[in-house]
Design a protein around this ligand. Sequence first.
Ligand code: NAD
Length: 367
Amino acid sequence: MATFKLLLLPGDGIGPEVMAEVETVISHLERTGLASFAIERDLVGGAAYDAHGKAISEEAMRTAQAADAVLFGAVGGPKWAGVPYDARPEAGLLRLRKELGLFANLRPAICYPALADASALKRELVEGLDLMIVRELTGGVYFGEPKEIVTLETGEKRAVDTQLYTTGEIDRIARVAFDLARARGNKVSSAEKHNVMKTGVLWKEVVTKVHADYQDVALEHILADNCAMQLVRAPKQFDVIVCDNLFGDILSDVAAMLTGSLGMLPSASLGAPDPETGKRKSLYEPVHGSAPDIAGQGLANPIAMIGSLAMALRYSFGLGEAADRLEAAIKSALAGGVRTRDIAGPGANAVSTKDMGAAIVRALENG
Ligand code: NAD
């Protein structure tokens, strides 16, 4: 059995609590011979700042570069509100994304039948929802230059952000989306604004060109504003949605609300495949933050973190079957009525972070 190098970076707030449940699941996977891991652990975010004066140490960066996958908890909290900008907790995550070249952000939005009533939409619109947003993460208007606020001669100020994409950047993210669609519902919806933006024109052109290599996958082009509307009107029409950094930021948050709770949503960020080994650098993390309001109380929902491990099994370790089993165990624990406070509903019984982790491991054992 192959051994996979996994770096665990629990971070701050509820990060260590939800990561502890991932470790429980990993121990189970190892006990049952499903996988073998060489695990390293390190600090990130505020915890790293307290220890080293920076949001991630050089040593942790080296370990991340050498790992087959990084599992990241969450960073930040009021304790570090006053630290210098370059050492703020989020800088650790941004550095990892940049130096590992993680250009593809995958955010699934899955609505478990047992939780369909927790969604902002009607049950029939979201029950069984399973879509994936593929967001370009390292380009576009968040990074394009010039990016500045200048004072004009009149004294008025002018702010500029630059939306910028190259054919190469669009080509590689489109390929990630088409490859994913092949293993899912075989449909890609490419969202842009070619009606008003030049980057939209190029985006549509390149995605259409890449599609020639994926004739078996259905492709639709959709204006990003219409995509937002369709996501809240009839979200089950989508399989994979691919979009730029800005639209992806917004559309993935809309999709998140379809599923009920922040504590349920995993994500993956992938780099380019290594030309020799085909392996991609990768980082997996829950969508939620460090939730300082509930940290240390055993109230956090560990499902987003455990779901992030499932994504690592599938996308970094080629263990699709183990990922399926883990996702089925999450579904089964929920179907059995186990709920942390965030998904329990008012007045209903809620279990602790540890109990939810244990229920998922029990479901794995019985599955
Ligand atoms: P948050 O996601 O931490 O919390 C928002 C709300 O959701 C809170 O009420 C919290 O209790 C709840 N929540 C979040 N995750 C939960 C879980 N697993 N189980 C149950 N409830 C959960 O967002 P925020 O409050 O805006 O930010 C708090 C801190 O986290 C800030 O310092 C922020 O900068 C940081 N943050 C970090 C990341 C990251 O590490 N990737 C992402 C977002 C925010």
